[in-house]
Design a binder for this molecule. Structure first.
Ligand code: PLP
Ligand code: TYF
Length: 394
């Protein structure tokens, strides 16, 4: 049997991570995989996470199974964090999942189950795992225009034009905030227009929100998701705690199915629990329990929010420093978009050849599409990157 296996394409982002590790140069700079790093290049365990883990260790009396949906308290706190009070709890079905990836995977499976002919419209570009999983599940994808190579902002007219080709029942996959890989995002007026189009054409919204708190703030980054969830007939929301709680390896995510008809929720909840059972039975618990503990405890929650805010502001500071430095070196504003982008990533807009040159000649690692993880920089490396960008001729 095994002889029938074929080599599978490697994940380019993860392959780059290995290349970076294997590079002996001391001054190398890692702007690859989307993991937050502080000025010392460390991905710290957040203070509130440590404190919550300690309390759980002291108090936890059992590790017996939870439920197929995970701990209900986890769903409650996460729904509140993401949706606030914009949607009644009775309209939301939710299950814990292994990370945001697990949530995406289950959402796609639910789509295929409910409407096998649905196509999923994905931004061009989007997180490569979206396409990879959709292809694997045999779900047709349609790319909609999103990133404008000239302005390095959103090609909103192109996006709307392409979404107008969707048929009733097709799914529109949107990044709730901090678009990966471009860093370019819609404003709220544009979000409203997308919502109107979804409603006019009978489309289904799906939101992937993996960076709440990394862009403009915890509530600000949830604003679009809240607008969509409270304005459409139904939507799926895949959420990740990997980044904003720094619990990457714990695999902590949530999938929500939101319906304007609360009478639908029991069936949605049963379906989500069924999907969990088919794939892995009970979802991972530790990360979810830590998140629950933090969000339920006023002090831990405040400390977590404060540390997350430091993380957010540090990335904004690096963006501004890089944009200023490039302004100084080039005498032009053409890199001003770096300060406008939000989240961990910015697409620089360099050709694959220049990305390769940056890696080979300068030891600067970014993804082949010129996506940079801003958190991979610090005050000392920003000028080095800016100089290299100008030298290779981006
Ligand atoms: N969705 C997007 C857009 C992401 O960038 C990521 C990566 O972090 C995820 C989902 C899921 O992350 P995880 O499965 O690690 O929670
Ligand atoms: O885009 C990123 O870098 C993060 C981390 O297969 C990631 O979302 C990258 C690749 C992958 C899983 C997670």
């Amino acid at each position: 049997m095994f002889e029938n296996l074929k080599p599978q394409p490697a994940d380019k982002i993860l392959a780059l991570m290995q290349m970076y590790r294997d590079d002996p140069r001391e001054q190398k700079i890692d702007l690859g995989v989307g993991v937050y790093k502080n000025a010392d290049g460390v991905t710290p365990v957040m203070r509130a996470v440590k404190a919550a883990e300690l309390r759980i260790w002291e108090e936890q009396q059992t590790k017996a199974y939870t439920g197929l949906a995970g701990d209900p308290a986890y769903a409650d706190v996460m729904i509140n964090l993401i949706l606030g009070t914009t949607v009644p709890r009775a309209n939301v079905a939710a299950v814990a999942t292994p990370g945001g990836t697990g949530a995406c995977r289950q959402a796609f499976e639910l789509i295929r189950m409910a409407n096998p002919s649905a196509r999923v419209f994905v931004s061009n570009p989007t997180w490569p795992n979206h396409i990879s999983i959709l292809n694997y599940l045999g779900i047709e994808t349609v790319a909609y225009r999103y990133f404008d190579d000239e302005t390095r902002g959103v090609d909103f007219d192109g996006m709307i034009e392409d979404l107008k080709t969707a048929n009733a029942g097709d799914v529109v996959l949107l990044h709730g905030c901090c678009h990966n890989p471009t860093g370019a995002n819609l404003n709220m007026v544009q979000w409203q227009e997308v919502v109107n189009l979804i409603n006019d054409r009978g489309l289904v919204a799906m939101i992937d929100i993996a960076y709440q708190g990394f862009g403009d703030g915890l509530n600000e980054d949830a604003q679009a998701t809240r607008l969509v969830a409270s304005s459409v007939k139904e939507c799926l929301i895949a959420a990740s705690c990997s980044k904003n709680f720094g619990v990457y390896r714990e695999r902590t995510g949530l999938l929500m199915a939101v319906s304007a008809d609360a009478g639908q929720t029991a069936l949605n909840q049963g379906t989500l629990a069924f999907l969990n059972r088919q794939n892995y039975s009970f979802p991972p618990d530790h990360g979810a329990r830590v998140v629950t503990r933090i969000l339920q405890d006023e002090e831990l929650r405040a400390d977590w929010a404060a540390e997350l805010e430091e993380v957010r502001l540090s990335m904004l500071g690096l963006r501004q420093q890089l944009a200023d430095e490039l302004q100084r070196l080039t005498g032009s504003d053409r890199f001003g978009f770096l300060a406008q982008h939000r989240g961990m990533f910015s697409r620089l807009g360099a050709s694959p050849e220049l990305v390769e040159k940056l890696r080979v000649e300068h030891g600067i690692y970014m993804v082949g599409d010129s996506r940079m993880n801003i958190a991979g920089l610090n005050e000392k490396t920003v000028p080095i990157l800016a100089k290299a960008i100008v030298e290779v001729g981006v």
